[in-house]
Design a protein around this ligand. Structure first.
Ligand code: BTN
Length: 238
């Protein structure tokens, strides 16, 4: 992988998308500061300049069908979880791809794919990991690695550690074991808790059992019925 550090940019995802054609697969754009970091659902991703990891990985033709694109989210989630574990934190994956430690969000990802027929063409995997930021004035539910471990980590070194883990996991992109490692990190796995089924607008009590090969979340409700959800079809009641 080839990493390019940028001092200031609006968003590493936007920059990668602007130059997608000329950027080779495996390029990583990392920013010291993002002025318009983008989050999911059109949200803004705010972080203090110079304190956190904000970067995008460009991958091309990974050999996945477009319908299996969710595997990239799973692989990236497992890579972030392994990275945080390397520093002694205990992360969980809040399905589908938010990473939490101690009930607070430490990492978010925004993966933007383009299609090539029925296959995935290019993917821009944007990742924000809170590393050395100690205060989150506007975000009640955020945390960082330093708040978990008490130790600051140099950004460049931490990014290299992450990229090594990510690259090491890439061969498992098409494998069954990917879902096993993903499911083993799931927030609330095996616990009884409340959910909101957005398909029928109903709250229910259930237990997350795991994920299907196609990435759907499998929840067993109190009546013993299995319910399967795609992204945005269910939400956690916290
Ligand atoms: C989320 O809403 O949880 C997703 C946040 C994704 C943030 C990262 S930071 C690097 C990359 N560039 C962006 O503009 N967004 C992603």
């Amino acid at each position: 992988m080839i990493t390019r550090w940028l001092d200031t940019i609006d968003s590493t995802n936007s920059e990668a998308l602007r130059h997608l054609e000329e950027l080779p697969s495996g390029t990583v754009l990392a920013a010291c500061e993002q002025t318009a970091g983008r989050g999911q659902r059109g949200n803004t991703w705010f972080t203090e300049p110079g304190k956190n990891l904000t970067f995008s990985i460009v991958l091309k033709q990974v050999g996945l069908k477009a319908a299996d694109g969710i595997r990239l989210n799973a692989l990236t989630s497992v890579a972030v979880a392994s990275f945080l574990e390397r520093y002694g934190a205990h992360p969980v994956i809040k399905w589908p791809n938010d990473i939490y430690v101690g009930g607070r969000k430490i990492c978010g990802m925004l993966i933007e794919n383009s299609l090539d027929g029925i296959m995935l063409g290019s993917s821009v995997i944007g990742i924000g990991i809170n590393l050395n930021q100690r205060e989150f004035p506007q975000l009640a539910n955020a945390t960082s690695l330093v708040l978990c471990t008490g130790k600051e980590e140099p950004l460049e070194e931490a990014l290299n550690v992450f990229l090594d883990i990510f690259e090491g996991l890439l061969p498992s992109l098409g494998s069954e074991s990917l879902w096993e490692s993903y499911a083993s990190h799931l927030f609330r796995l095996g616990e009884t808790a409340r959910y909101h089924d957005l398909l029928v607008d109903e709250e229910f009590t259930g237990v997350i059992e795991g994920v299907e090969e196609d990435g759907r979340l499998r929840v067993r409700d109190a009546a013993g019925k299995r319910r399967y959800y795609r992204f945005k079809e269910v939400s956690y009641i916290l």
